[in-house]
Design a binder for this molecule. Structure first.
Ligand code: UD1
Ligand code: CA
Length: 420
């Protein structure tokens, strides 16, 4: 979609969040609001993305420099003022401008496509994304005329008693014909109550000039704008529940879907069982027939092959476990690659970080680690090797294939063991 530019409005202070960081950098299921919106826009086929930033702009720029272009809004004078600054930077290349708020992270690529398509097909000056919701409070309402045509958007603070009953809300995503947006955005006047320029006032202006303003609707799960910590929690819950539902539909057993927190970027194979209290963060891949939890935490870069067991109070990060490997209780594995049929005893810990660098631990097929083993990386535990309970295997003191070590520090006791 070469002729569409997207603008993300992200300059606001997020006053109701009571936060020192920009609202768009708050996280939903391990990804920032801005990252979620950007990736939906990109997967809808939009390559050219602007973000209007203001409050703590440097923080946003440093994280998203590669992904979009930035425009500074010098004074936070409202969404209309924010978009006006973006329009100044646009060239004649694009025909349509898709505008979306940096705090509505659940709009899908299909919805972005739908609004762009409607604008092109109907040659509309503006397409509004609307949704009919049970609780419209805090959103702008879509006011329609007698024939059902859009008349204007009225913001919460300016609603009449009659307008308060309207359940159709402005989601805050719009697709404009570029030329008309540029022409009419300057006509927005400051709202006297809030001393801001409301982007939403452009609807009334376009209508009064005889321009075509239409709407498309989205699913009521997509409209939520994150204005408060409560909204943020609600959106998080929605993302986690949706993921749990998708996994169950794909053949994963989730004992209690309300008590697991699986990021949408994770994958889980069928006939795996996820027990309550499990947290799965980022790109984690779990094979078939695994048992995870209760109370397990799998962090980014975890790869579990098939029939792996990860039990209670186990944390795994940037590690791979082969088929049938078990780590069932109270362990930490970081930067570890373990083969198949490995038994990792309760309380096994990898010491993967020396305060400066991280090091790897390799564990061969069929190795057996006793309860309370500490493995100081870098270290290799060979195939079928045995580490006695309570041992500390120190760094670079690799344990050979089939050898047995024990003690603090661990020493080879293979021969001794044979004779006793
Ligand atoms: C806005 C809409 C409202 C809609 C709702 C949907 C306006 C006037 N109202 O209300 O109709 O129902 O979104 O969620 O637009 N921003 C700037 N610069 C500013 C002020 C705001 O970039 O000076 C950005 C914010 O960062 C935010 C977006 O514009 O991403 C919307 O601002 P916000 O204050 O959240 O507006 P709402 O009251 O939610
Ligand atoms: Ca908002």
């Amino acid at each position: 979609m070469k002729d569409v530019t997207a603008v993300i409005l992200a300059a606001g202070m997020g006053t109701r969040m009571k936060t020192d960081i920009p609202k768009v950098l708050h996280m939903v299921a391990s990804r920032t609001l801005l990252e979620r919106i950007t990736s939906s826009l990109k997967s809808a086929g939009i390559e050219d993305i602007f973000a209007v930033i203001g409050y703590k702009a440097e923080m946003i720029e440093s994280l998203f420099r590669e992904q979009m272009r930035f425009i500074r809004q010098p004074e936070l004078l409202g969404s209309g003022d924010a978009l006006a600054h973006a329009v100044d930077f646009m060239t004649d290349r694009e025909n349509a401008v898709l505008v979306t708020c940096g705090d509505t992270p659940l709009i899908t690529k299909a919805t972005y496509r739908k609004i762009i398509k409607a604008q092109a097909e109907e040659d509309a000056s503006c397409v509004l994304l609307t949704s009919v919701v049970d609780d419209p409070s805090s959103y702008g309402r879509i006011v329609r005329g007698e024939a059902g045509e859009i008349a204007r958007i009225t913001e919460e603070k300016d609603l009449s008693a009659e307008e308060k009953k309207i359940k159709e809300i402005n989601v805050g995503t719009y697709c404009f014909k570029k030329g008309e947006l540029a022409r009419y955005i300057r006509e927005i006047e400051m709202n006297e109550k809030k001393k801001e320029f409301y982007l939403t006032d452009i609807v009334d202006i376009l209508k009064k000039n005889g321009k075509k303003v239409i709407s498309v609707s989205c699913d009521s799960s997509e409209h939520i704008g994150v204005n408060s910590r409560e909204d943020l929690a609600r959106v998080n819950t929605m993302v986690y529940r949706k993921k749990a539902k998708e996994l169950m539909e794909a053949g994963v057993t989730i004992v209690d879907p309300d008590s697991v927190y699986i990021d949408d970027s994770a994958s889980v194979g069928k006939d795996s069982i996820i027990f309550p209290g499990t947290v799965i963060e980022g790109e984690v891949k779990i094979g078939k027939g695994c048992r995870i939890g209760p109370f397990a935490r799998l962090r980014p870069g975890t790869r579990l092959k098939n029939n792996v067991e990860v039990g209670n109070f186990v944390e795994i990060c940037r590690s791979e476990l082969g088929n049938n490997t078990r780590v069932k209780h109270h362990s930490y594995l970081g930067d570890t690659v373990a083969g198949r049929d490995v038994n990792i005893g309760a309380g096994t810990m990898t010491a993967n970080y020396d305060g400066k660098n991280k090091y790897r631990t390799l564990i061969g097929d069929g190795a057996f680690l006793g309860v309370g083993s500490v493995l100081i990386a870098p270290v290799v535990i060979g195939p079928k090797a045995v580490v006695g309970a309570g041992s500390v295997v120190t760094k670079n003191r690799d344990v050979g294939k089939g050898r047995t070590v024990a003690g603090v520090p661990a020493v080879d006791i293979t021969e001794k063991r044979k004779t006793t």
